[in-house]
Design a protein around this ligand. Sequence first.
Ligand code: GLN
Length: 544
Amino acid sequence: MAKFIFITGGVISSLGKGIASASIGKILESRGLKVTLMKLDPYINVDPGTMNPYQHGEVYVTDDGAETDLDLGHYERFTKAVMTKFNNATTGQVYNTVISRERRGDYLGKTIQVIPHITGEIKDRIKKVAQVSQADIVLIEVGGTVGDIESLPFLEAARQFELDAGEKNVLYIHLTLVPYIKVADEIKTKPTQHSVQTLRQIGIQPDILICRTEKTLSDDVKEKISLFCNVRKEAVIESLDVESIYQVPLVFKGQILDEIILSHFGLISKPSDLKDWEKNVVERLFSPKRTVQVAVVGKYIGLQDAYKSIYEAIIHGGINNQVKVEIKKVDSEDIEKHGAQKLLDGVDAILVPGGFGCRGIEGKIKAIGFARKNKIPFLGICLGMQCAVMDFARAICGLKDANSTEFKPKAKNPVINLLSEQKNIKDMGGTMRLGAYPCKIKKNTLAARVYQKSLIFERHRHRYEFNNKFRKRLECRGVVFSGIYQKKNLVEIVELKNHPYFIAVQFHPEFKSKPDAAHPLFREFIRAAIEKNKYAGTSCLRGR
Ligand code: GLN
Protein backbone atom coordinates (compact mmCIF):
# COMPACT_ATOMS: atom_id res chain seq x y z
CA MET A 1 0.00 0.00 0.00
CA ALA A 2 1.20 3.53 -0.81
CA LYS A 3 2.15 6.07 1.85
CA PHE A 4 0.64 9.56 1.64
CA ILE A 5 2.19 12.93 2.45
CA PHE A 6 -0.04 16.00 2.60
CA ILE A 7 1.70 19.36 2.17
CA THR A 8 -0.20 22.42 3.34
CA GLY A 9 0.83 26.06 3.48
CA GLY A 10 0.31 28.79 6.03
CA VAL A 11 0.87 32.48 6.85
CA ILE A 12 1.05 33.71 3.26
CA SER A 13 0.83 32.33 -0.26
CA SER A 14 3.76 32.12 -2.68
CA LEU A 15 6.07 30.39 -0.20
CA GLY A 16 7.05 27.85 -2.82
CA LYS A 17 4.93 24.90 -1.74
CA GLY A 18 5.20 23.42 -5.22
CA ILE A 19 8.98 23.55 -5.16
CA ALA A 20 9.08 22.19 -1.61
CA SER A 21 6.82 19.29 -2.63
CA ALA A 22 8.88 18.57 -5.74
CA SER A 23 12.09 18.69 -3.69
CA ILE A 24 10.74 16.24 -1.11
CA GLY A 25 9.72 14.01 -4.02
CA LYS A 26 13.26 14.29 -5.35
CA ILE A 27 15.02 13.26 -2.13
CA LEU A 28 12.65 10.34 -1.59
CA GLU A 29 13.13 9.22 -5.18
CA SER A 30 16.89 9.37 -4.68
CA ARG A 31 16.41 6.68 -2.03
CA GLY A 32 15.06 4.29 -4.62
CA LEU A 33 11.39 4.90 -3.87
CA LYS A 34 8.79 5.44 -6.56
CA VAL A 35 7.05 8.74 -5.96
CA THR A 36 4.22 10.64 -7.54
CA LEU A 37 2.77 14.05 -6.78
CA MET A 38 -0.66 15.57 -6.93
CA LYS A 39 -2.01 19.12 -6.64
CA LEU A 40 -5.40 19.95 -5.13
CA ASP A 41 -6.58 23.38 -6.27
CA PRO A 42 -9.37 25.09 -4.33
CA TYR A 43 -10.65 27.33 -7.13
CA ILE A 44 -13.96 26.63 -8.83
CA ASN A 45 -12.71 26.65 -12.42
CA VAL A 46 -12.64 23.10 -13.76
CA ASP A 47 -9.05 23.67 -14.85
CA PRO A 48 -6.77 26.69 -15.37
CA GLY A 49 -7.12 26.42 -19.16
CA THR A 50 -9.64 29.25 -19.38
CA MET A 51 -7.83 31.58 -16.94
CA ASN A 52 -5.83 34.63 -17.88
CA PRO A 53 -2.10 34.06 -17.25
CA TYR A 54 -2.12 37.20 -15.10
CA GLN A 55 -4.63 35.45 -12.79
CA HIS A 56 -3.04 32.07 -12.67
CA GLY A 57 0.37 31.97 -14.34
CA GLU A 58 1.29 29.37 -16.92
CA VAL A 59 -1.03 26.53 -17.86
CA TYR A 60 1.04 23.35 -17.78
CA VAL A 61 0.07 20.68 -20.31
CA THR A 62 0.59 16.96 -19.66
CA ASP A 63 1.23 14.24 -22.24
CA ASP A 64 -2.37 13.07 -21.96
CA GLY A 65 -3.63 16.56 -22.78
CA ALA A 66 -4.72 17.92 -19.38
CA GLU A 67 -4.42 21.67 -18.80
CA THR A 68 -3.05 21.86 -15.27
CA ASP A 69 -1.48 23.96 -12.57
CA LEU A 70 2.12 25.05 -13.11
CA ASP A 71 3.25 23.16 -10.00
CA LEU A 72 2.90 19.97 -12.03
CA GLY A 73 5.74 21.39 -14.10
CA HIS A 74 7.94 21.49 -11.00
CA TYR A 75 6.97 17.90 -10.18
CA GLU A 76 8.04 16.68 -13.63
CA ARG A 77 11.22 18.78 -13.66
CA PHE A 78 12.42 17.52 -10.27
CA THR A 79 11.30 13.88 -10.37
CA LYS A 80 10.69 11.01 -12.78
CA ALA A 81 6.95 11.07 -12.02
CA VAL A 82 4.78 11.36 -15.12
CA MET A 83 1.89 13.76 -14.67
CA THR A 84 -1.55 12.92 -16.04
CA LYS A 85 -5.04 14.39 -15.84
CA PHE A 86 -5.43 12.60 -12.50
CA ASN A 87 -2.61 14.54 -10.84
CA ASN A 88 -4.46 17.85 -10.57
CA ALA A 89 -7.91 18.11 -8.99
CA THR A 90 -9.87 21.33 -8.56
CA THR A 91 -13.01 22.20 -6.61
CA GLY A 92 -14.68 22.66 -10.00
CA GLN A 93 -13.87 19.09 -11.06
CA VAL A 94 -14.88 17.61 -7.73
CA TYR A 95 -18.27 19.34 -7.70
CA ASN A 96 -18.79 18.58 -11.40
CA THR A 97 -18.39 14.85 -10.72
CA VAL A 98 -20.60 14.85 -7.63
CA ILE A 99 -23.36 16.90 -9.29
CA SER A 100 -23.39 14.71 -12.43
CA ARG A 101 -23.67 11.65 -10.21
CA GLU A 102 -26.54 13.26 -8.32
CA ARG A 103 -28.33 14.07 -11.60
CA ARG A 104 -27.96 10.44 -12.68
CA GLY A 105 -29.66 9.43 -9.45
CA ASP A 106 -26.64 7.56 -8.11
CA TYR A 107 -27.15 8.80 -4.55
CA LEU A 108 -30.54 7.14 -4.21
CA GLY A 109 -32.39 10.09 -2.72
CA LYS A 110 -29.76 11.13 -0.16
CA THR A 111 -28.97 14.76 0.66
CA ILE A 112 -25.63 15.61 -0.95
CA GLN A 113 -23.26 17.32 1.48
CA VAL A 114 -19.67 18.54 1.68
CA ILE A 115 -19.05 15.79 4.24
CA PRO A 116 -19.15 12.97 3.20
CA HIS A 117 -19.82 13.40 -0.53
CA ILE A 118 -17.41 16.16 -1.55
CA THR A 119 -14.67 14.98 0.82
CA GLY A 120 -15.31 11.40 -0.34
CA GLU A 121 -14.77 12.39 -3.97
CA ILE A 122 -11.53 14.20 -3.04
CA LYS A 123 -10.24 11.10 -1.24
CA ASP A 124 -11.23 8.88 -4.18
CA ARG A 125 -9.20 11.09 -6.48
CA ILE A 126 -6.14 10.76 -4.25
CA LYS A 127 -6.56 6.97 -4.10
CA LYS A 128 -6.92 6.88 -7.89
CA VAL A 129 -3.53 8.60 -8.28
CA ALA A 130 -1.96 6.01 -5.95
CA GLN A 131 -3.55 3.20 -7.93
CA VAL A 132 -2.70 4.53 -11.41
CA SER A 133 0.90 5.43 -10.53
CA GLN A 134 1.66 2.39 -8.37
CA ALA A 135 3.93 4.76 -6.42
CA ASP A 136 5.39 3.93 -3.00
CA ILE A 137 4.77 7.49 -1.86
CA VAL A 138 2.09 9.93 -3.03
CA LEU A 139 2.71 13.59 -2.18
CA ILE A 140 -0.42 15.71 -2.15
CA GLU A 141 0.03 19.47 -2.25
CA VAL A 142 -3.02 21.35 -1.01
CA GLY A 143 -3.30 24.67 -2.83
CA GLY A 144 -4.09 27.93 -1.04
CA THR A 145 -3.28 28.90 2.52
CA VAL A 146 -4.67 27.38 5.72
CA GLY A 147 -7.59 29.55 6.82
CA ASP A 148 -8.97 30.09 3.31
CA ILE A 149 -12.66 29.21 3.06
CA GLU A 150 -12.16 27.47 -0.26
CA SER A 151 -9.53 25.01 0.87
CA LEU A 152 -11.56 23.69 3.82
CA PRO A 153 -13.06 20.63 2.07
CA PHE A 154 -9.58 19.60 0.88
CA LEU A 155 -8.12 19.94 4.37
CA GLU A 156 -11.05 18.03 5.82
CA ALA A 157 -10.42 15.26 3.28
CA ALA A 158 -6.73 15.29 4.26
CA ARG A 159 -7.73 14.91 7.92
CA GLN A 160 -10.09 12.03 7.17
CA PHE A 161 -7.47 10.31 5.06
CA GLU A 162 -5.61 9.18 8.16
CA LEU A 163 -8.74 7.31 9.29
CA ASP A 164 -8.94 5.47 5.96
CA ALA A 165 -5.25 4.75 5.41
CA GLY A 166 -3.96 4.46 8.98
CA GLU A 167 -1.78 6.76 11.03
CA LYS A 168 1.48 5.12 9.98
CA ASN A 169 0.68 5.60 6.31
CA VAL A 170 -0.10 9.31 6.37
CA LEU A 171 2.16 12.26 7.13
CA TYR A 172 1.39 15.98 7.30
CA ILE A 173 3.93 18.64 6.39
CA HIS A 174 3.15 22.31 6.90
CA LEU A 175 5.09 25.05 5.14
CA THR A 176 5.17 28.40 6.91
CA LEU A 177 6.96 31.71 6.96
CA VAL A 178 9.17 32.77 9.86
CA PRO A 179 9.63 36.47 9.18
CA TYR A 180 12.62 38.55 10.17
CA ILE A 181 11.67 41.98 11.50
CA LYS A 182 14.46 44.34 10.61
CA VAL A 183 13.77 47.17 13.05
CA ALA A 184 13.63 44.75 16.00
CA ASP A 185 16.41 42.56 14.52
CA GLU A 186 14.31 39.57 15.50
CA ILE A 187 12.88 36.43 13.97
CA LYS A 188 9.19 36.01 14.74
CA THR A 189 7.52 32.65 15.29
CA LYS A 190 4.01 33.90 16.09
CA PRO A 191 2.61 33.66 12.53
CA THR A 192 3.76 30.01 12.43
CA GLN A 193 2.14 29.31 15.80
CA HIS A 194 -1.15 30.79 14.59
CA SER A 195 -1.02 28.94 11.32
CA VAL A 196 -0.48 25.61 13.09
CA GLN A 197 -3.31 26.48 15.51
CA THR A 198 -5.64 26.99 12.55
CA LEU A 199 -4.56 23.66 11.13
CA ARG A 200 -5.17 21.95 14.46
CA GLN A 201 -8.66 23.44 14.66
CA ILE A 202 -9.37 21.52 11.46
CA GLY A 203 -8.01 18.42 13.15
CA ILE A 204 -4.60 18.18 11.51
CA GLN A 205 -1.48 18.06 13.68
CA PRO A 206 1.52 18.57 11.41
CA ASP A 207 4.35 16.03 11.78
CA ILE A 208 6.92 18.25 10.08
CA LEU A 209 7.22 22.02 9.69
CA ILE A 210 9.20 23.58 6.88
CA CYS A 211 9.99 27.17 7.81
CA ARG A 212 10.78 29.60 5.02
CA THR A 213 13.15 32.22 6.35
CA GLU A 214 15.71 34.76 5.22
CA LYS A 215 17.84 34.28 8.39
CA THR A 216 19.16 31.09 9.92
CA LEU A 217 16.92 29.76 12.69
CA SER A 218 18.79 29.48 15.98
CA ASP A 219 18.35 26.47 18.24
CA ASP A 220 16.22 28.60 20.55
CA VAL A 221 13.89 29.59 17.77
CA LYS A 222 13.54 25.97 16.65
CA GLU A 223 12.85 24.91 20.22
CA LYS A 224 10.18 27.56 20.59
CA ILE A 225 8.47 26.55 17.34
CA SER A 226 8.70 22.91 18.41
CA LEU A 227 7.11 23.58 21.80
CA PHE A 228 4.30 25.83 20.62
CA CYS A 229 3.45 23.81 17.56
CA ASN A 230 3.85 20.38 19.11
CA VAL A 231 6.34 19.23 16.49
CA ARG A 232 9.61 17.44 17.37
CA LYS A 233 12.58 19.81 17.17
CA GLU A 234 14.43 17.83 14.50
CA ALA A 235 11.24 17.96 12.41
CA VAL A 236 11.38 21.78 12.36
CA ILE A 237 13.16 22.18 9.04
CA GLU A 238 14.77 25.45 8.06
CA SER A 239 14.26 26.51 4.46
CA LEU A 240 16.60 29.43 4.06
CA ASP A 241 16.29 31.55 0.89
CA VAL A 242 18.54 30.11 -1.79
CA GLU A 243 19.69 31.44 -5.13
CA SER A 244 18.28 28.61 -7.21
CA ILE A 245 15.22 26.39 -6.71
CA TYR A 246 17.41 23.44 -7.70
CA GLN A 247 19.32 23.76 -4.41
CA VAL A 248 16.22 23.04 -2.32
CA PRO A 249 16.50 19.20 -2.41
CA LEU A 250 20.06 19.55 -1.06
CA VAL A 251 18.90 21.91 1.69
CA PHE A 252 16.29 19.34 2.79
CA LYS A 253 18.67 16.41 2.56
CA GLY A 254 21.16 18.34 4.71
CA GLN A 255 18.57 18.28 7.51
CA ILE A 256 17.78 14.56 7.00
CA LEU A 257 14.19 15.32 6.02
CA ASP A 258 14.12 12.04 4.08
CA GLU A 259 15.13 10.10 7.21
CA ILE A 260 12.44 11.77 9.30
CA ILE A 261 9.79 10.90 6.69
CA LEU A 262 10.91 7.29 6.27
CA SER A 263 11.12 6.64 9.99
CA HIS A 264 7.53 7.92 10.38
CA PHE A 265 6.41 5.43 7.75
CA GLY A 266 8.65 2.66 9.09
CA LEU A 267 10.20 2.33 5.63
CA ILE A 268 13.73 1.14 5.04
CA SER A 269 15.52 1.98 1.81
CA LYS A 270 18.97 2.69 0.40
CA PRO A 271 20.58 5.98 1.44
CA SER A 272 19.75 9.09 -0.50
CA ASP A 273 22.05 9.82 -3.41
CA LEU A 274 21.89 13.29 -4.91
CA LYS A 275 25.45 13.28 -6.29
CA ASP A 276 24.38 13.50 -9.93
CA TRP A 277 21.95 16.32 -9.18
CA GLU A 278 24.65 18.16 -7.26
CA LYS A 279 27.25 17.69 -9.97
CA ASN A 280 25.17 18.02 -13.13
CA VAL A 281 22.75 20.68 -11.99
CA VAL A 282 23.84 22.76 -9.00
CA GLU A 283 27.60 22.82 -9.57
CA ARG A 284 27.24 23.60 -13.27
CA LEU A 285 24.70 26.33 -12.48
CA PHE A 286 27.16 28.05 -10.15
CA SER A 287 30.30 27.69 -12.23
CA PRO A 288 29.37 29.28 -15.56
CA LYS A 289 32.13 29.87 -18.05
CA ARG A 290 30.46 32.94 -19.49
CA THR A 291 27.18 34.81 -19.75
CA VAL A 292 24.75 35.05 -22.63
CA GLN A 293 21.70 37.25 -22.86
CA VAL A 294 18.44 35.87 -24.20
CA ALA A 295 15.46 38.12 -24.90
CA VAL A 296 12.00 36.68 -24.30
CA VAL A 297 9.49 38.78 -26.24
CA GLY A 298 5.99 38.28 -24.92
CA LYS A 299 3.00 40.11 -23.58
CA TYR A 300 2.84 38.67 -20.05
CA ILE A 301 6.34 39.81 -19.19
CA GLY A 302 5.29 41.48 -15.94
CA LEU A 303 4.42 38.20 -14.25
CA GLN A 304 7.25 35.78 -13.45
CA ASP A 305 4.90 32.78 -13.48
CA ALA A 306 3.31 33.40 -16.88
CA TYR A 307 6.18 31.79 -18.83
CA LYS A 308 7.47 29.59 -15.99
CA SER A 309 8.46 26.51 -18.01
CA ILE A 310 10.02 28.67 -20.75
CA TYR A 311 12.28 30.47 -18.26
CA GLU A 312 13.21 27.17 -16.60
CA ALA A 313 13.98 25.50 -19.95
CA ILE A 314 16.25 28.43 -20.87
CA ILE A 315 18.06 27.98 -17.54
CA HIS A 316 18.40 24.25 -18.32
CA GLY A 317 19.98 25.14 -21.66
CA GLY A 318 22.42 27.32 -19.71
CA ILE A 319 23.20 24.53 -17.22
CA ASN A 320 23.87 22.10 -20.05
CA ASN A 321 26.24 24.51 -21.82
CA GLN A 322 27.67 25.74 -18.51
CA VAL A 323 26.83 29.36 -19.16
CA LYS A 324 24.82 31.81 -17.16
CA VAL A 325 21.78 32.98 -19.05
CA GLU A 326 20.57 36.46 -18.40
CA ILE A 327 16.93 36.66 -19.44
CA LYS A 328 15.87 40.01 -20.82
CA LYS A 329 12.10 40.27 -20.64
CA VAL A 330 10.80 42.42 -23.44
CA ASP A 331 7.18 43.50 -23.75
CA SER A 332 6.14 43.04 -27.38
CA GLU A 333 3.96 46.16 -27.16
CA ASP A 334 7.10 48.16 -26.33
CA ILE A 335 8.64 46.91 -29.56
CA GLU A 336 5.59 48.23 -31.39
CA LYS A 337 6.19 51.64 -29.78
CA HIS A 338 9.99 51.89 -29.87
CA GLY A 339 11.12 49.45 -32.56
CA ALA A 340 13.07 46.17 -32.32
CA GLN A 341 16.53 47.72 -32.71
CA LYS A 342 16.16 49.80 -29.57
CA LEU A 343 15.07 46.92 -27.35
CA LEU A 344 16.88 43.95 -28.87
CA ASP A 345 20.19 45.34 -30.01
CA GLY A 346 23.04 43.34 -28.52
CA VAL A 347 21.06 40.33 -27.26
CA ASP A 348 22.56 36.92 -28.06
CA ALA A 349 19.28 35.14 -28.84
CA ILE A 350 15.56 35.84 -29.11
CA LEU A 351 12.65 33.64 -28.04
CA VAL A 352 9.00 34.34 -28.80
CA PRO A 353 6.69 32.21 -26.64
CA GLY A 354 3.06 31.14 -27.03
CA GLY A 355 0.00 33.27 -26.46
CA PHE A 356 -3.53 34.14 -27.42
CA GLY A 357 -5.23 37.23 -28.84
CA CYS A 358 -3.94 40.05 -30.97
CA ARG A 359 -2.38 42.34 -28.35
CA GLY A 360 1.34 42.69 -28.99
CA ILE A 361 1.37 40.54 -32.15
CA GLU A 362 2.96 43.12 -34.43
CA GLY A 363 5.77 43.62 -31.91
CA LYS A 364 6.46 39.87 -31.89
CA ILE A 365 6.57 39.81 -35.69
CA LYS A 366 9.02 42.74 -35.66
CA ALA A 367 11.24 40.94 -33.13
CA ILE A 368 11.29 37.86 -35.35
CA GLY A 369 12.17 39.92 -38.42
CA PHE A 370 15.01 41.46 -36.41
CA ALA A 371 16.35 37.99 -35.49
CA ARG A 372 16.02 36.81 -39.10
CA LYS A 373 17.78 39.79 -40.66
CA ASN A 374 20.55 40.05 -38.09
CA LYS A 375 21.18 36.29 -37.90
CA ILE A 376 20.40 36.22 -34.19
CA PRO A 377 19.51 32.72 -32.92
CA PHE A 378 15.74 32.44 -32.72
CA LEU A 379 13.33 29.99 -31.14
CA GLY A 380 9.60 30.44 -31.73
CA ILE A 381 7.06 28.51 -29.71
CA CYS A 382 3.42 27.97 -30.71
CA LEU A 383 2.18 31.54 -31.33
CA GLY A 384 5.89 32.34 -31.80
CA MET A 385 5.92 29.92 -34.74
CA GLN A 386 2.74 31.38 -36.18
CA CYS A 387 4.25 34.88 -35.99
CA ALA A 388 7.43 33.61 -37.67
CA VAL A 389 5.32 32.33 -40.58
CA MET A 390 3.59 35.73 -40.79
CA ASP A 391 6.98 37.43 -40.85
CA PHE A 392 8.28 35.21 -43.72
CA ALA A 393 5.10 35.58 -45.72
CA ARG A 394 5.13 39.36 -45.40
CA ALA A 395 8.83 40.05 -45.68
CA ILE A 396 10.16 37.39 -48.03
CA CYS A 397 7.12 36.27 -50.05
CA GLY A 398 5.63 39.72 -50.63
CA LEU A 399 2.30 38.85 -48.97
CA LYS A 400 2.10 42.16 -47.16
CA ASP A 401 -1.27 41.43 -45.56
CA ALA A 402 -0.47 37.88 -44.45
CA ASN A 403 -2.15 37.19 -41.12
CA SER A 404 -3.73 34.60 -38.85
CA THR A 405 -7.50 34.25 -38.85
CA GLU A 406 -7.26 34.41 -35.05
CA PHE A 407 -6.49 38.11 -35.40
CA LYS A 408 -8.11 38.89 -38.75
CA PRO A 409 -10.92 36.44 -39.52
CA LYS A 410 -11.29 37.73 -43.10
CA ALA A 411 -7.54 37.96 -43.85
CA LYS A 412 -6.82 37.91 -47.59
CA ASN A 413 -3.73 35.79 -47.05
CA PRO A 414 -4.53 33.59 -44.05
CA VAL A 415 -1.16 31.86 -43.62
CA ILE A 416 -2.37 30.66 -40.22
CA ASN A 417 -5.93 29.41 -39.92
CA LEU A 418 -8.20 27.46 -37.62
CA LEU A 419 -7.59 23.71 -37.45
CA SER A 420 -10.39 21.96 -39.33
CA GLU A 421 -11.30 19.89 -36.24
CA GLN A 422 -11.87 23.17 -34.35
CA LYS A 423 -14.49 24.60 -36.73
CA ASN A 424 -17.62 23.44 -34.88
CA ILE A 425 -16.32 23.83 -31.34
CA LYS A 426 -18.33 26.22 -29.16
CA ASP A 427 -17.10 25.49 -25.58
CA MET A 428 -13.80 27.12 -24.63
CA GLY A 429 -12.72 24.77 -21.82
CA GLY A 430 -10.49 21.79 -22.67
CA THR A 431 -11.27 21.91 -26.40
CA MET A 432 -7.95 22.93 -27.97
CA ARG A 433 -5.61 20.48 -29.70
CA LEU A 434 -4.03 19.28 -26.48
CA GLY A 435 -1.31 16.88 -25.36
CA ALA A 436 1.37 14.82 -27.05
CA TYR A 437 1.31 14.03 -30.78
CA PRO A 438 3.95 12.36 -32.93
CA CYS A 439 5.95 14.48 -35.36
CA LYS A 440 8.10 13.16 -38.19
CA ILE A 441 11.38 14.98 -38.66
CA LYS A 442 12.74 15.60 -42.15
CA LYS A 443 16.29 14.38 -42.78
CA ASN A 444 19.20 16.82 -43.16
CA THR A 445 17.46 19.68 -41.41
CA LEU A 446 18.27 21.71 -38.32
CA ALA A 447 15.48 19.84 -36.48
CA ALA A 448 17.12 16.50 -37.36
CA ARG A 449 20.47 17.75 -36.13
CA VAL A 450 18.94 19.05 -32.90
CA TYR A 451 16.82 16.01 -32.06
CA GLN A 452 19.01 13.25 -33.57
CA LYS A 453 15.76 11.34 -34.07
CA SER A 454 13.27 10.88 -36.87
CA LEU A 455 10.14 10.68 -34.72
CA ILE A 456 9.41 12.88 -31.70
CA PHE A 457 6.48 13.35 -29.33
CA GLU A 458 5.75 16.85 -28.14
CA ARG A 459 2.88 18.52 -26.29
CA HIS A 460 0.44 20.90 -27.91
CA ARG A 461 -2.06 23.56 -26.88
CA HIS A 462 -3.52 25.50 -29.78
CA ARG A 463 -6.48 25.99 -32.14
CA TYR A 464 -4.71 27.52 -35.15
CA GLU A 465 -2.16 25.99 -37.49
CA PHE A 466 -0.08 26.70 -40.56
CA ASN A 467 -2.23 26.87 -43.71
CA ASN A 468 -0.83 24.30 -46.17
CA LYS A 469 -2.10 26.33 -49.16
CA PHE A 470 0.91 28.59 -48.66
CA ARG A 471 3.49 25.82 -48.28
CA LYS A 472 4.97 25.87 -51.80
CA ARG A 473 5.18 29.64 -51.82
CA LEU A 474 7.19 29.76 -48.62
CA GLU A 475 9.28 26.71 -49.50
CA CYS A 476 10.60 28.25 -52.69
CA ARG A 477 11.77 31.22 -50.62
CA GLY A 478 13.95 29.13 -48.33
CA VAL A 479 11.53 28.14 -45.58
CA VAL A 480 12.00 24.51 -44.53
CA PHE A 481 9.06 22.55 -43.16
CA SER A 482 11.07 20.12 -41.10
CA GLY A 483 8.48 18.53 -38.80
CA ILE A 484 5.09 17.16 -39.83
CA TYR A 485 2.26 15.42 -37.99
CA GLN A 486 1.72 12.94 -40.78
CA LYS A 487 -1.76 11.72 -39.94
CA LYS A 488 -3.25 15.14 -40.69
CA ASN A 489 -0.36 16.66 -42.64
CA LEU A 490 0.05 19.47 -40.09
CA VAL A 491 3.20 21.56 -40.04
CA GLU A 492 4.84 21.31 -36.60
CA ILE A 493 8.33 22.74 -37.24
CA VAL A 494 9.55 25.47 -39.57
CA GLU A 495 13.12 26.66 -39.98
CA LEU A 496 15.21 28.88 -42.20
CA LYS A 497 18.22 28.01 -44.33
CA ASN A 498 21.18 30.37 -44.27
CA HIS A 499 20.70 31.30 -40.68
CA PRO A 500 22.77 29.98 -37.75
CA TYR A 501 19.72 28.95 -35.70
CA PHE A 502 16.22 29.88 -36.72
CA ILE A 503 13.62 27.32 -35.70
CA ALA A 504 10.00 27.63 -34.68
CA VAL A 505 7.69 24.94 -33.40
CA GLN A 506 3.93 24.60 -33.10
CA PHE A 507 4.30 22.58 -29.89
CA HIS A 508 5.65 23.37 -26.41
CA PRO A 509 9.11 21.81 -25.90
CA GLU A 510 9.52 23.73 -22.63
CA PHE A 511 7.21 21.27 -20.85
CA LYS A 512 9.63 18.41 -21.37
CA SER A 513 12.87 20.08 -20.30
CA LYS A 514 14.61 19.12 -17.06
CA PRO A 515 17.55 20.70 -15.24
CA ASP A 516 19.66 17.57 -15.72
CA ALA A 517 18.32 16.88 -19.22
CA ALA A 518 17.79 20.15 -21.08
CA HIS A 519 15.39 19.87 -24.00
CA PRO A 520 17.48 19.63 -27.21
CA LEU A 521 15.80 22.68 -28.78
CA PHE A 522 16.80 24.80 -25.76
CA ARG A 523 20.22 23.21 -25.40
CA GLU A 524 21.09 24.00 -29.02
CA PHE A 525 19.43 27.44 -28.82
CA ILE A 526 21.77 28.43 -25.99
CA ARG A 527 24.72 26.87 -27.80
CA ALA A 528 23.87 29.01 -30.83
CA ALA A 529 23.67 32.07 -28.55
CA ILE A 530 27.20 31.34 -27.33
CA GLU A 531 28.41 30.86 -30.89
CA LYS A 532 26.77 34.02 -32.11
CA ASN A 533 29.37 35.93 -30.17
CA LYS A 534 32.09 33.79 -31.66
CA TYR A 535 30.94 34.60 -35.18
CA ALA A 536 30.48 38.25 -34.42
CA GLY A 537 33.97 38.32 -32.94
CA THR A 538 32.74 39.88 -29.72
CA SER A 539 33.43 38.54 -26.29
CA CYS A 540 30.68 36.62 -24.51
CA LEU A 541 32.03 37.69 -21.19
CA ARG A 542 29.68 40.25 -19.92
CA GLY A 543 30.50 39.78 -16.27
CA ARG A 544 28.47 37.59 -14.04
N1 GLN B 1 -3.32 31.37 -30.18
C1 GLN B 1 -2.65 30.37 -30.94
C2 GLN B 1 -3.54 29.17 -31.22
O1 GLN B 1 -4.51 28.96 -30.54
C3 GLN B 1 -1.37 29.93 -30.27
C4 GLN B 1 -1.60 29.20 -28.98
C5 GLN B 1 -0.37 29.10 -28.12
O2 GLN B 1 0.61 29.82 -28.30
N2 GLN B 1 -0.40 28.24 -27.12
O3 GLN B 1 -3.27 28.43 -32.12
